[in-house]
Design a protein around this ligand. Sequence first.
Ligand code: GLN
Length: 217
Amino acid sequence: MRSADGPPAAGRGGEQPIGERGADRDQHQPLVGVLALQGDFEAHARLLATLGARAREVRVPEQLEGLDALVIPGGESTTMTLGVEREGLAEPLRELARAGTPILGTCAGMIMLDRLHLGVLDAVARRNAFGRQLRSFETDLEVEGVAGGPLRAVFIRAPWIEEHGPQVRVLARVDGHPVAVRQGAVLAVAFHPELAGDARLHRLLLDARSRPSERRA
Ligand code: GLN
């Protein structure tokens, strides 16, 4: 749900070249969907525009067609699950993952990918694992595969990965718990990279398009 005091709603459907840069690029720029049922999808769209990608808000299955990659943002996984069910998005999202399309899930997005939800990540995310309000925090985090120094990671009522199968690679931990993982072209992080304005994980997502060996989990 879009909050009443949020920015004006974009039309249901259209692709949004968000920001002047995005708008100026040619049609070869990658098209990245951002699941926009609920949560902070606009910040992701802005970051993607800085990488020269076009962002498309996804609310119905047809909007998954033709995507080069997908972001499932943070928010509230229970609400997001209801939205996915209401719109008949679960199977089309699984199909997108099966096809090897790179997917980045952040915070609630990590939860959405796990065994108990969409089941495209062979892992179980523990919700609110750090505790609720009091355990919202920021930290500098080295993430395997992300060059250029630690990422500023913002954790808000974040999950961690409680258990995972052998195909899941842990890219970063906090207090010994996995908070960034990868399985094939599916990347899941427990924090909010978009709030710190760091586009390196989104860059990783775009780069995963060109690595077919990582496309199959
Ligand atoms: N605690 C939320 C949930 O369980 C996730 C929080 C977030 O995405 N920042 O869904």
